[in-house]
Design a binder for this molecule. Structure first.
Ligand SMILES: Nc1ncnc2c1ncn2[C@@H]1O[C@H](COP(=O)(O)OP(=O)(O)OP(=O)(O)O)[C@@H](O)[C@H]1O
Length: 368
């Protein structure tokens, strides 16, 4: 059992307010990813949990007991750094054995545990090598192994694969997922890479400027972003966002984006009224929510195709509705060349509405 709870955590570095009233419960065996731009406070929060950084106020609890008074070494929490932090003069075996030997573990138990962890990480053949002879991926495997040998209550990982090349990052991501599946230790993982976050996390904690913006499963944060920041931080290419005015026209809710307009179901009007929506509204729609047709159909608006980015399995096409550009996702080659006239509509089920001033989602969900 290892549940981590953060209650009203605050932290300043001099005048800089780095963590602002952070509250979070990471459940036993859960894999939680802190995701956010550089400097948003992810690492500081992680280091505070490990005991590597003091907090100004608040409580950090492990299985219900406050631990902020304990030294890092006494918290039973392991930390994996981006730069591996291996002992260069030790072999891989000695690096893996170090945390066990430090607490006087019997030699046969050390041997058995190191071999078992080495096997699960695929580094048994490297046990006699020194870190300088290893690839980046293998060094990080050793660093993760060293964190796991003492079976800590929780595992904290700070951008552990951030310095590896893209292909190796993908391999390591899958290995980390498998390791967590097999070991099930409560894990918190810091990254600014949304693909890593989406693929690894049971829940993602999106942070910005020291504030938790949203906590949810990868699907929840993608489909139901809580605010404009999350909407634009998650998803690639980014969600289209445009200031909009909504009015009633021809029995529909008509949304105007500069000189373009689209019709959505009438029920939107009632929903906006019920939410007492502010006049400054923003529409958000991901590229896959902009439905493109080569033929003119009822409810579709003419557009001129502009930039086309082929991604192999699909294309991302910039569509110009007068001055307004919306990015759409189409099947590969569907729009044959820039300058072509096509027709498009917005899928109501994929339309998001935000209060432009506060950035908060209005939580409106329309049917198809
Ligand atoms: N020891 C320190 N002294 C002063 N300021 C610090 C210290 N450590 C971090 N900061 C500042 O605190 C803020 C948050 O840093 P933190 O490293 O937690 O962010 P992060 O989200 O992990 O970013 P990154 O991905 O770049 O590491 C930044 O403005 C950073 O410059």
């Amino acid at each position: 059992m290892a549940e981590i709870e953060l209650r009203h955590i605050e932290k300043h570095f001099g005048p800089v307010h780095v963590i602002k009233d952070v509250n979070l419960t990471v459940k036993d065996k859960e894999f939680v990813v802190f995701l956010g731009p550089s400097g948003c406070g992810k690492t500081t929060t992680l280091r505070a949990i490990a005991g590597l950084e003091e907090i100004d106020s608040g409580d950090i609890l492990l299985d219900g007991k406050p631990i902020q008074g304990l030294r890092a070494a006494d918290r039973d929490i392991a930390f994996v750094f981006q730069n591996y932090a291996l002992y260069p003069h030790f072999t891989v075996f000695e690096n893996l054995a170090f945390p066990l030997r430090a607490v006087g573990t019997a030699k046969d138990v050390v041997d058995r545990t190191v071999r078992s962890v080495g096997k699960s990480l695929g580094i048994l053949h490297l046990l006699n090598a020194r870190p300088s002879a290893l690839s980046g991926g293998d060094m990080q495997r050793v660093a993760i192994g060293r964190a796991l040998v003492r079976r800590p209550k929780a595992l904290l990982l700070d951008e552990p694969i951030g310095s590896l090349d893209a292909k190796l990052r993908e391999t390591m991501r899958i290995e980390l997922k498998r390791l967590h599946y097999e070991n099930g230790s409560t894990s918190i993982y810091v990254t600014h890479d949304q693909v890593e976050a989406m693929s690894l996390a049971d829940r993602i904690v999106v942070m910005n400027d020291g504030v938790l913006q949203q906590v949810g499963t990868p699907t929840e944060v993608y489909l139901y972003p809580a605010n404009l920041f999350v909407a634009q931080f998650i998803g690639s290419p980014v969600m289209n966002i445009a200031a909009t005015k909504v009015s009633e026209a021809d029995g529909n809710a008509r949304i105007a984006l500069d000189d373009a307009s689209f019709d959505l179901p009438r029920e939107l009007l009632g929903m906006l009224e019920q939410k007492q929506a502010a006049p400054d509204l923003s529409l958000g729609v991901r590229p896959e929510g902009v439905i493109v047709s080569r033929d003119d159909k009822p409810g579709y608006r003419p557009a001129e195709a502009h930039i086309i980015q082929p991604f192999g399995g699909f294309d991302i096409v910039d569509l110009k509705f007068g001055e307004k550009t919306l990015r759409a996702r189409t099947s590969s080659g569907y729009v044959d060349k820039p300058g072509a006239t096509v027709f498009a509509r917005i899928d109501p089920a994929q339309a998001h509405f935000f209060d432009t001033r506060s950035g908060a989602s209005l939580g409106i969900r329309l049917g198809n």
